[in-house]
Design a protein around this ligand. Structure first.
Ligand code: C2E
Ligand code: CA
Ligand code: CA
Length: 732
């Protein structure tokens, strides 16, 4: 029996045991229709409901009331809409208007999902209904049907969740990231807000997969996701695109100083070791940053920009962040060229080994040499191994190159008139090959070099893989009689445990510990002492790398590093130069270098704009540091003059003239520049494309000459020109 309130719209129905006719002629039989509806209600296939003109319930199927434990007293006089909350089934909160609104508007309702109010449980109804009018066209209420759609909605939500989230890490997936970024950018564009996009890629993730297996790789990705969530928190949205590629959207972020700080914090956190089912794994991270609207307006443009910046960060040696700039497009082309050319470099005999002396800290005599690879590119000149070794690792030719280096160095060292030791760098990828000890053995045999003269420099990342296998390779190498050195000690994941288990003869203290160790309040010197003490206790030699200045030399000598490698004694020299030196018996070195390390001033020769009282001069940038720059091109500018340096790409730096002689000015920046993640410097903020738009131009990502667009060509002629412009000297 159906439920009744004040009045029944359906009316009492007859005996439910009436015979069901066998043809369709009974369609007009009201008793039969009621009977069918009744069985429909009772079977739980759906319910009927009705309201009066005020939206108050006048009918609801009894089965619905029974299911939810409602009584006539509960529902009598209650508006239908009050059975439901105003919640929407759309998780993004952009759902439809609430039911009450639709009812008031006398709209037809179809497939409207509403959540039942007053229940702990998450119960949803799918509602349909039509307004009813009497003969005089007066609205008399609604009649409709409903059904429980809780299960269907849940299934639908699960499917939607799966389509939008990464099942492994629970982060948003590629689709959701693109969708949300697109929505954000559209809204922000109208509100003139900015949004940063961070693209992150793990370094050496493939090695974890290859050596520890895919389940371990999956576990590592989960842990990376958890660390990212801890760092980013509420400030942004994180997603995993696929594999080891992550993305972070940071709304209202246009300060490159802050994004850079976040970037280095992320890299540092992600690079800490992971514990995976008892194994230790280490990966690094590279980051590319692009900021809307400066670097791109829409999702596509911004993602391309962030990816280019990421590629540049990886190309620059990894473990770095990099901001997008328009010249990275050339960088990406360059990287593809490097990849192509590098494959031919070996066959075309463009690789050379140079040798940097390692000097005894007490006697200043050459004790040994480190072999460093150089690529003499026919057009581009010498290319640094920091640039091409990571590429060689990526494209899978590092083993060939490394094997060649071992043969070449053994052969050349055998020609030396003195029995000096020589160190060769070994990439972790090369080391991980099963036949590595055999390759070393063949190089020794082919050259006839005494194994005790050969030292292999490896980095801590070799410990990341299968511990048993690594140990076996160590043993096989020691059995050959070669020496092992731990390179770049102190960069990131130094662990004392493997120093004790691995048979190292030498520890090389990374130059990042030497640099800055002489500054006040820096504890690098203390760490250096600790490393030296530890090495002594374990019977290992120590080398301090990258010593450039007199005060650094004094410090590392003081801290009892046994050997020193650095520009203060010598850069890497060619094999011919070395041979000549050794033949002359010149082993003694004099320290030569600046007294102190100075914040790096980069020598450059680049045309930039210098704006003074609305007039834009063209000058040449001679050098630049975080706090100031030297420019050439204007005559007799008084001290204290306020200017604005236009560094291109919308980067304007307010500065004061602090030194001035003839056509050269020393400028001090009002706000220090920040690191661009690589060698370069950039401004925290840039001219906003919204400003350019306000000056009557179409909204677009920043062009190189952004400033001229806000200043406009006009006015330039009228602006007073106070200083005389002179042609600077060509690059020295
Ligand atoms: P590394 O093994 O740490 O080598 C030392 C690097 O520091 C060399 O750079 C050297 O020129 C530089 N250096 C030495 N003294 C100073 C100094 O006083 N100041 C400064 N600023 N730098 C100094 P290089 O030759 O560009 O090599 C870079 C890296 O490339 C090496 O770092 C090494 O990791 C890798 N590499 C070089 N040759 C090979 C090779 O044959 N095989 C492999 N797998 N990697 C190599
Ligand atoms: Ca080295
Ligand atoms: Ca090193």
């Amino acid at each position: 029996m159906a439920g009744f309130f004040a009045k029944s719209l359906l009316g009492r129905h007859g005996d439910s045991s009436a015979n069901v006719p066998t043809d369709l002629t009974a369609q007009n039989d009201p008793a039969l229709r009621i009977q069918l509806l009744d069985s429909f209600e009772n079977a739980g296939l759906g319910w009927f409901w009705a309201t009066d003109a005020d939206g108050v319930l006048t009918y609801l199927s009894k089965s619905a009331m029974e299911k939810h434990g409602w009584t006539v007293a509960d529902l009598g006089g209650k508006p239908f809409a009050d059975l439901f909350t105003a919640e929407s089934d759309d998780e993004d909160g952009q759902g439809e208007r609430p039911l009450a609104f639709l009812l008031r508007a006398r709209n037809s309702i179809t497939q409207f999902a509403a959540r039942l109010a007053g229940t702990e449980e998450d119960l949803w109804w799918e509602i349909a209904g039509k307004p009813v009018f009497d003969a005089g066209n007066r609205f008399c209420g609604y009649r409709g049907s409903a059904r429980d759609c809780t299960e269907a909605l849940k299934a639908q939500r699960d499917a939607k969740h799966q389509a939008q989230y990464d099942t492994l890490t629970g982060l948003a997936n590629r689709h959701r990231m693109a969708k949300r970024l697109g929505e954000t950018l559209t809204i922000y564009r109208n509100a003139k807000r900015s949004c940063a996009l961070v693209a992150l890629d793990l370094d050496r993730f493939k090695q974890v997969n290859d050596t520890l297996g895919h389940p371990a790789g999956d576990e590592l990705l989960k842990q990376v996701a958890a660390r990212l969530e801890r760092i980013v928190g509420e400030t942004g949205m994180i997603g995993r695109l696929d594999g080891d590629k992550f993305q972070i959207v940071l709304p209202d972020m246009d300060d490159r100083g802050l994004v850079g700080e976040l970037g280095s914090r992320i890299i540092q956190m992600v690079s800490q070791p992971y514990s995976i089912n008892g194994s230790r794994a280490i990966v690094g991270a590279s980051i590319g940053v692009a900021i809307a609207p400066y670097d791109g307006l829409d999702t596509g443009e911004l993602m391309t920009a962030a990816d280019l910046a990421l590629e540049a960060a990886k190309g620059g040696g990894r473990g770095q962040y990099r901001f997008y700039s328009s010249d990275l497009k050339d960088g990406a082309k360059m990287r593809r060229r490097t990849e192509m050319d590098l494959r031919d470099a070996l066959v075309r005999k463009e690789l050379r080994m140079l040798y940097q002396p390692i000097i005894d800290a007490k006697t200043h005599k050459m004790k040994a040499l480190e072999a460093l690879m150089r690529w003499e590119h026919p057009e581009r000149g010498n290319i640094s191994p920091a640039e091409f070794i990571p590429v060689a690792e990526d494209i899978g030719i590092i083993k060939q190159m490394g094997d060649w280096a071992l043969h070449e160095v053994c052969r050349q060292a055998q020609e030396w008139p003195l029995e000096l030791r020589v160190a060769v760098n070994v990439s972790t990828i090369q080391f991980a090959h099963d036949d590595f000890p055999q390759v070393v053995q063949r190089a020794l045999q082919a050259s006839g070099l005494d194994p005790r003269r050969l030292e292999l420099e490896i980095t801590e990342s070799v410990f990341m893989g299968d511990g048993g296998r690594t140990q076996r390779i160590f043993e096989e190498l020691k059995a050959l009689g070669v020496r092992l050195a731990l390179d770049d000690f102190g960069t990131g994941y130094s662990s004392l445990s493997y120093l004790q288990t691995a048979p190292f003869d030498k520890i090389k203290i990374d130059q990042s510990f030497v640099r800055g160790a002489t500054e006040d309040g820096n504890n690098n010197a203390a760490i250096m002492s600790a490393i030296v003490g530890l090495a002594e206790a374990l019977g290992m030699e120590t080398v301090a790398e990258g010593v450039e200045t007199k005060d650094e030399l004094a410090l590392v000598t003081n801290r009892r590093a046994e050997s020193i490698q650095g520009y203060i004694f010598s850069r890497a020299i060619t094999h011919q130069e070395l041979l000549a030196r050794l033949e002359r018996g010149e082993l003694q070195y004099e320290p030569r270098g600046p007294a102190k390390f100075r914040a790096q001033r980069k020598s450059v020769f680049r045309r930039v704009g210098l704006i003074h009282e609305d007039y834009r001069y063209r000058v040449v940038l001679r050098n630049i540091s975080k706090t100031g720059a030297m420019v050439e091109g204007l005559l007799n500018v008084p001290l204290g003059t306020q200017v604005v340096v236009d560094l291109g790409g919308g980067q304007l730096a307010v500065a004061t003239v602090r030194r001035s002689s003839a056509h050269t000015q020393g400028l001090e920046f009002e706000t220090p520049l920040i690191s661009d993640g690589a060698e370069g410097l950039c401004t925290r903020h840039r001219v906003s494309p919204y400003q350019i738009e306000a000056a009557g131009r179409p909204l677009a990502a920043l062009p190189q000459d952004a400033y001229s667009l806000i200043a406009g060509g006009h006015g330039q002629a009228a602006a007073p020109r106070r200083f005389m412009q002179v042609e600077p000297h060509p690059p020295r």
